[in-house]
Write a protein that binds this ligand. Structure first.
Ligand code: ADP
Length: 510
């Protein structure tokens, strides 16, 4: 009876593929697609928010600027309204309003009332300004920003005693930067960098260094600051794309780790299933082998018993032969049943050992006596080396005798043409060694470790054609270890094997 190995393992692999690899692949694809979508929509949302923030900022700057300029103009207006107004009093306003770069007062005839004297390039500024001011503006009054050269001038028509006068003021760029831009932009919160750029895209003011930063949105100012713009930047590595890339990396690593764990779990499970399947096969073989082993001696005993019962055999030598066969086969049966029973006791943890000083020589002889007939019949040359002066050694005589019998039984079973059995007992480095050697079929190197496992047999029992249950050596090892010793093997295929049971001369505590 055999259990097909392939089918559960193939099923398991198919299950692993379907239950893990397929969902993992789907998850990876979905994860990738949704990350891409997320990246796109996050980018859009970010840009939209940035645009809103930029235009809000321009409004704030413009509000503060026009508020400051309004204040200056109202102060000038108040001065102009005074009956004793003298243009020189404007100097006080110019001195106390830091935003004012230059302040001019011009009458309709183009006469410059303030300041008293103009530097060379200032005259040019005023004349350019006058060109920009239309007659209608003189009539209507009001205020407007005029670009003169590279500066913005606030021009307003105010009246002094009914006469329209042009008040023009340019801004102090440093104060504009410090008092207007910095004050407004500093208050804007968020991870983005906010900056004001001039007409040539040079930063007039920036809240943080712009190196490596990526511009995401801009918004233009109105007439108060024409050709200047508010720009928003992502600091280096802080763009939503970079953030999502980082997320994707974390996700990929976590996913990879998860896969590794799942695959490791699968491999462990696969090995467990494989081992269990192997064990199930070995157990099935064990039952078949034991049944077979029980049947052979039983049928021999029965056949010879029946023949004897019929009373047809009269020859004394033949009679003796029949009796020996019956005795030998019943011994073999007992050994087998003892092995199976002991094995089940060991498995159930119920095997106990009764250790007492034992004479080694008699133990060896008694064990070999049980095989005397088989050895003689099969033509074995037996060499026994047991020094007569061996001390008594503490051991469970029954268990060690059984272990030795298993080794001898194997040596006989696994011998081919060269029938030789060597049994020896020696004292070596604090241990008694019991050696059983043969010149039989030997054991391949790769199998040497495995043969001590329960149910394990080299090759399949059918092909090997030798009876056996696969628990003999497992028992030998258990007996050795229970005595604080061990069992070793040297073997070469085709040359023979040598098993050595090491039993310590002194029982160690525990
Ligand atoms: P079995 O009942 O098969 O003998 P054992 O546990 O005693 O079980 O041995 C396990 C396997 O080890 C055997 O099936 C055989 O393949 C191998 N083996 C044991 N002893 C020998 C030996 N003396 N020579 C060659 N092979 C051996």
């Amino acid at each position: 009876m055999t259990i097909r190995l392939a089918s559960p393992l193939v099923r398991f692999s198919a299950f692993g593929l379907l239950a893990v690899v397929l969902p993992a692949a789907i998850l990876a694809v979905l994860g990738y697609v949704s990350l891409r979508q997320w990246e796109t929509s996050a980018e859009l949302l970010f840009r939209e928010q940035a645009r809103d923030l930029a235009s809000m900022t321009t409004e704030k700057v413009e509000m503060l600027l026009s508020h400051t300029e309004d204040e200056i103009l109202s102060r000038i207006e108040a001065l102009l309204r005074r009956p004793d107004f003298a243009p020189a009093t404007l100097a006080e306003v110019a001195a106390t309003a830091p935003l004012i770069g230059r302040l001019y007062l011009v009458d309709r005839g183009g006469r410059i009332l303030f300041p008293a004297a103009l530097a060379g390039e200032e005259a040019g500024v005023v004349s350019k300004l006058l060109v920009e001011i239309s007659q209608g503006f003189w009539e209507r009054g009001g205020r407007r920003h005029v670009v003169v050269g590279d500066q913005v001038v606030l021009a307003a028509i105010l009246r002094a005693r009914g006469t329209p006068l042009l008040v023009a003021l340019s801004r102090n760029p440093e104060v504009l930067r410090r008092e207007i831009l910095e004050k407004t932009l500093r208050a804007v919160e968020g991870p983005t960098i906010i900056a004001v750029l001039d007409d040539r895209d040079r930063p007039v003011y920036a809240r943080a260094p712009l190196e490596g930063a990526e511009r995401i949105a801009t918004a233009s100012f109105g007439a108060a600051l024409p050709s200047w713009r508010v720009a928003l930047y992502h600091p280096h590595g802080m763009s939503p794309r970079a953030a999502i890339r980082r997320q994707a990396t974390v996700f990929t690593i976590a996913f990879g780790l998860l896969l590794v764990v799942i695959v490791a779990g699968l491999v462990v499970t696969y090995r467990l299933v494989k081992r269990e399947t192997e064990m199930a096969r070995l157990k099935a073989d064990f039952v078949a082998n034991v049944s077979h082993d029980l049947k052979t001696p039983l049928s021999l005993i029965r056949m010879f018993g029946e023949t004897l019962e019929m009373g047809r055999v009269r020859d004394e030598a033949a009679l003796q032969e029949y009796y020996r066969v019956i005795t030998r086969e019943s011994e073999r049966l007992s050994r087998l049943i003892d092995n199976v029973l002991d094995f089940s006791r060991i498995e159930g943890g119920a095997r106990t050992y009764d250790i007492a000083p034992t004479a080694v020589e008699s133990l060896v002889r008694e064990t070999l006596d049980a095989f005397g007939y088989v050895l003689a019949q099969e033509g074995f040359k037996v060499e026994v080396t047991v020094p007569p002066d061996l001390p008594k050694v503490p051991m469970d005589a029954g268990a060690v005798g059984q272990a030795l019998a298993n080794l001898v039984d194997n040596a006989i079973k696994f011998s081919a043409e060269r029938k030789w059995l060597g049994v020896g007992a020696h004292i070596q480095t604090g241990s008694l060694t019991l050696t059983v050697a043969d010149k039989g079929i030997g054991i391949p190197l790769a199998e040497l470790e495995k043969i001590f496992q329960k149910f394990y047999r080299v090759g399949r029992s059918e092909t090997q054609g030798r009876r056996g249950s696969g628990v003999g050596l497992a028992l030998v090892r258990h007996v050795a270890e229970a005595h604080g010793g061990r069992v070793t093997v040297e073997s070469r295929p085709g040359e023979g094997s040598r098993f050595t049971l090491w039993l310590p001369l002194r029982r160690e505590a525990g």
